[in-house]
Design a protein around this ligand. Structure first.
Ligand SMILES: [Zn+2]
Ligand SMILES: [Zn+2]
Length: 330
């Protein structure tokens, strides 16, 4: 994808504390900000259960079999992030959890990940969860389309430029490398395509490598320079992505042999969940847009919309029904 401005500017007028100055600077990125909410495995699993209709603590606990203190912590965090809110149950002091508008909108991010997982990670088996769009009554495959011309988006037909929020900020103070245990937790209780997709993206270095590929970076040294990543972590992530068929290694020089990395067709499709996360982060997290997307087919700036592939209207969590594979029931 061509990029019109690759400069990284410092944020204007920021008054950082000494502690923040010590942390390294990272590129402002709405996807990164969204992933920091989504990719804690438990928070993600709690959210998934709320989309499937769970509202009460015990209901969620009985499906996820998570320690009560962990569940209570994640519910508090999601409430603080304004993804959930609490509603009293009748006259009692107990509460149940509902999705806010921002939480409902996060569902579209999940749908984009679900589509990717169904298309690429489900193997030969049928997708574990079927979606019925109740507005049109059909089984539905979510599609990412352009807000301007309403046509499906292909990563090769999108360019981008810096938006008003471009620049760098101190790296988040959360641990940069998520635990492997976290990723295993994604696969717990219910197999599903969203968690399979997240298990690729949730490792922050993996996500950053993929993001740089979309910015046109292809060579080992260039990844290192852009990300400040150590040699062994970078080789590990690149090898893993090649094994997962997200990347392919292409020789660009002989004697000595040198290789660069390119996204496969599968890898390019990861673009759709990524731009959906970008849209969500832009809309809800209160920062100015770091990046503006431009659709070459209609020559307009656009926002990605998740629509039904049958009736072509935008999807909403209240208009979906689920049919699960009978091999897994709670
Ligand atoms: Zn368009
Ligand atoms: Zn429909």
């Amino acid at each position: 994808m061509p990029r019109t401005d690759s400069s990284i500017r410092s944020p204007k007028g920021t008054n950082r504390t000494a502690a923040a100055k010590k942390r390294s600077l990272v590129r402002n990125c709405s996807v990164d900000r969204t992933l920091s909410i989504l990719s804690d495995a438990w928070s993600f699993l709690v959210l998934r259960e709320t989309y499937l209709g769970a509202r009460r603590f015990d209901q969620i606990q009985s499906v996820l079999r998570v320690p009560r203190s962990t569940l209570s912590d994640r519910l508090n965090r999601l409430t603080e992030a304004k993804v959930l809110y609490r509603v009293p149950i009748g006259e009692s002091s107990r509460t149940e959890y509902r999705l806010t508008d921002r939480g409902l909108d996060l569902y579209l991010v999940m749908l984009a990940m679900l589509r990717f997982g169904d298309d690429w990670l489900a193997g030969k088996k049928a997708p574990p969860l079927k979606l019925i769009h109740t507005s049109c009554g059909h089984e539905c495959h979510p599609e990412t389309t352009c807000s301007s011309c309403h046509q499906p988006i292909d990563a090769l037909r999108v360019t981008y430029r810096d938006g008003p929020g471009a620049g760098v900020s101190p790296a988040p103070s959360v641990p940069q490398r998520r635990r492997t245990g976290d990723i295993d937790t994604f696969q717990r209780a219910r197999p599903d395509s969203v968690s399979r997709t997240l298990s690729i993206l949730a490792d922050r270095w993996t996500f950053l490598v993929i993001r740089e590929l979309f910015f046109g970076v292809r060579r080992f040294d260039a990844f290192q320079e852009r990300l400040g990543i150590s040699t062994n972590i970078l080789s590990d992530r690149l090898n893993r992505l090649v094994d997962q068929r997200i990347l392919k290694r292409v020789k660009y020089q002989e004697l000595p042999d040198r290789y660069e990395y390119k996204l496969t067709e599968e890898g390019r499709d990861l673009y759709l969940p990524l731009i959906q996360m970008l849209r969500w982060g832009d809309q809800w997290l209160g920062y100015q847009k770091p990046l503006i997307l431009h659709h070459l087919d209609c020559n307009s700036d656009f926002s990605p919309v998740v629509t039904c592939d049958r009736c072509h209207t935008p999807l909403h969590p209240h208009h979906m029904r689920y049919i699960s594979d009978k091999n897994w029931q709670n």
